[in-house]
Design a protein around this ligand. Structure first.
Ligand code: ADP
Length: 265
């Protein structure tokens, strides 16, 4: 809401009226503002790796390429930065695809429990994993109608974050339960947690609690924004809870009708 004030004043200097015009910032103005902010963010996110690469390439060109010890390190930096830019551009393409009107989902009926176990298995197979996984998943099947690729991407983002922010030797816990017409899925870690005032913001595009740390870990700041859009498109919701310093839990829901089970037996 914006307010414009006009003071009606006589030549004598006495104020004898005050006109207040209140009007909503139009939807269009809001969209324009968001678009400008988004473009500014994207430019900034791309400029950072590009300027880093430029300085390393300059150093290489100026002679560092001849140093057998330094050259591979510098090339390594440019490679890491390139990979991060590719991830960023892929995430941006993903978001822009989702924004377009004719974005389609490929939904199938799948047993979420089996589907979730497979995703966790894939992470557990990763070598040098120094966290423990604990699963609290129901034994019986729970069928939901989902786009498997999209929900895989959602879980990949959430689980990768849990791993990124887990302390050495920590535990990541997975829960699935039914709750009032929804299936509720949560992933908890024992990492540094998220301050209360930032809990909702982490689902915004480019928002990071600690920008430097996220970039250093190769983050784009778009993972959870993409996850949120995908979950909303499935009719579910997503939120975070956290005990600062003790860990974070990301929970999301998907519509689930337990009566459907009868059709499958
Ligand atoms: P990023 O690429 O930075 O990980 P995300 O959209 O996935 O972007 O997450 C946004 C921000 O939310 C992160 O930068 C981080 O500050 C915070 N965050 C997400 N998951 C966790 C977690 N499990 N523990 C602590 N902070 C987290």
């Amino acid at each position: 809401l914006r307010a414009n004030f006009s003071i009606i004043q006589k030549e004598t200097g006495f104020v004898n009226g005050l006109i207040t015009v209140l009007h909503d910032i139009t939807e269009q103005e809001k969209i324009d503002l968001e678009r400008r902010e988004f473009v500014a963010n994207v430019s900034h996110e791309l400029r950072t790796p590009l300027t880093t690469m430029r300085s390393y390439l300059e150093a290489l060109a100026e002679g560092a390429w001849q140093d057998e010890e330094i050259a591979p390190q510098f090339l390594n930096v440019t490679q890491t930065e390139t990979e991060r830019m590719i991830r960023l551009v892929n995430d941006l393409l993903q978001l822009s695809k989702m924004d377009s009107k004719d974005y389609r989902f490929n939904k199938d009926w799948v047993d979420f429990i089996l589907f979730f176990h497979r995703i966790i298995d894939r992470f557990e197979m990763t070598k040098n994993l120094n966290v423990t996984f604990e699963r609290y998943l129901p034994d019986e099947a729970m069928f939901v109608e989902i786009d498997q690729d999209k929900i895989t991407q959602v879980l990949d983002n959430i689980i990768s974050n849990a791993l990124k922010y887990s302390p050495e030797g920590g535990t990541i816990t997975f829960h699935v339960k039914e709750n009032n017409g929804f299936i509720e899925i949560s992933v908890s870690d024992q990492g540094l947690g998220i301050p209360k005032e930032n809990l909702e913001k982490i689902f915004e595009r480019f928002y990071r609690v600690d920008k430097a740390r996220s970039r250093q870990m190769g983050g784009t700041g778009l993972g959870l924004a993409i996850a949120k859009e995908m979950i909303s498109a499935h009719g579910g919701g997503v939120w975070a809870t956290s005990v600062d310093g003790k860990g974070t839990t990301i929970t999301f829901t998907l519509p689930y009708d337990s009566a459907q089970e009868d059709d499958w037996s």
